[in-house]
Design a protein around this ligand. Structure first.
Ligand SMILES: Nc1ncnc2c1ncn2[C@@H]1O[C@H](COP(=O)(O)OP(=O)(O)OP(=O)(O)O)[C@@H](O)[C@H]1O
Ligand SMILES: [Mg+2]
Length: 262
C-alpha cells in the first residue's frame, strides 16, 4: 500500500499520516513514514525521541555530493539524474514503535531552484520508496504534489487530500486534484478533518460532490491540549483513533493489499 497525503496548510495532514502509520504498524504491517513537508513534525507527532535533532536528507551536503556528483549550491554543474538510493532507507531512517521514518527536508521549488542535486536525490529516493519497497509507505507532503511524478503516480494507491470545513481547504483540494490528474494520478480521495457539527460534514460533502470520502475526523480539544503539553498527539483522543481505524479499514477494502507477513 502506497499512500500520499496532501492538503492546505494546517488541515491535519501530519496528524493523519501519523495516525495511519500507527494503525498499519499496530495491525502488523511494516511501515515507512516519509516526512516530506519542510515545516513538518511527523517525527514529533509520532513521538520519536529527540525529534528536533533529526537532520533532513536535503541538508546532508556530503551525501548529496557523494550520490549526485554535485554539492548543493554549486552553480552550473551537471549532476546525476539517477543517483544510487537503494541503501538510504536502511542507513538514514529512524525506527520507533515499529515505524521506520525518513525525513526528507525542503524540496526547492520554482525557477532555477527546481533543478538542483538535492531535489534529484530526494526525487530518486521517493520514487525508490514507492516503486521498490514492499512496506506500507505513507508520504506526508505539503499543499502540492511536487514529490510525485509520472513514475510514482502509477503506484500511488491513494492520494489522500485532507480538508477541513472551510472554503480555502476545498479550493486547495480542487487544485491538488487537477495537479494529480495532470500526472495521471486518479486514485484520489478526501478525509474531512476538524468537523464540529453535522453541518460541517454536510458542507464538506456538498462542496466536494465528485470526491470519494474515506472518512471524517472530529475536532477534539484533547488533540490541541496534547500539542500544547508536548505529548504525542496520536494517542490523545480515542474518538480520533477510532476514526483513523475506520479510514484504515476503508483503505484496505478499497485497495487490494496482502495481509501483513507474520
Ligand atoms: N481533529 C483535530 N482536532 C483538534 N486539533 C487538530 C485536529 N487535527 C489537527 N489538529 C491540530 O491542528 C494543527 C495542524 O495539524 P497538522 O500539523 O496535522 O496539520 P498539517 O496539515 O500537517 O499542517 P502543516 O501544513 O503545517 O504541515 C496541529 O496543531 C494539530 O494538533
Ligand atoms: Mg504537516
Amino acid at each position: 500500500m502506497k499512500i500520499a497525503i496532501s492538503g492546505k496548510g494546517g488541515v491535519g495532514k501530519t496528524l493523519l499520516a501519523a495516525l495511519l502509520s500507527k494503525t498499519f504498524a499496530e495491525s502488523g504491517y511494516s511501515v515507512i513514514a516519509i516526512d516530506a513537508d519542510p515545516d513538518s513534525n511527523l517525527a514529533a507527532t509520532l513521538g520519536f525521541p529527540h525529534s528536533e535533532k533529526i537532520t533532513p536528507i536535503s541538508e546532508m551536503s556530503d551525501l548529496i555530493e557523494e550520490r549526485t556528483g554535485v554539492r548543493p549550491g554549486q552553480a552550473g554543474a551537471l549532476y546525476k539524474l539517477n543517483p544510487k538510493v537503494d541503501d538510504l532507507p536502511e542507513k538514514y531512517s529512524l525506527e520507533y514503535n515499529g515505524i521506520r521514518l525518513m525525513v526528507m527536508g525542503r524540496i526547492k521549488k520554482g525557477g532555477t531552484g527546481c533543478y538542483c542535486p538535492e531535489n534529484a536525490l530526494l526525487q530518486a529516493l521517493i520514487t525508490h520508496l514507492f516503486l521498490a519497497r514492499d512496506e506500507v509507505v505513507i508520504l506526508d507532503m505539503e499543499a502540492g504534489i511536487e514529490h510525485l511524478g509520472r513514475g510514482t503516480a502509477k503506484v500511488v494507491d491513494k492520494l489522500i487530500v485532507v480538508v477541513e470545513p472551510g472554503r480555502r481547504s476545498i479550493e486547495t483540494a480542487y487544485r491538488i486534484d487537477k495537479l494529480a490528474r495532470d500526472i495521471g494520478l486518479q486514485n484520489i480521495a478526501v478525509v474531512g478533518n476538524k468537523f464540529r457539527s453535522q453541518s460541517d460534514r454536510e458542507f464538506l460533502i456538498s462542496s466536494l460532490p465528485n470526491f470519494e470520502f474515506l472518512g471524517f475526523i472530529p475536532y477534539d480539544q484533547a488533540i490541541v491540549d496534547a500539542d500544547h503539553a508536548n505529548l504525542p498527539i496520536v494517542d490523545a483522543s480515542q474518538q480520533v483513533i477510532t476514526q483513523a481505524r475506520n479510514i484504515y479499514q476503508t483503505l484496505l477494502s478499497a485497495v487490494q493489499t496482502p495481509s501483513p507477513a507474520n
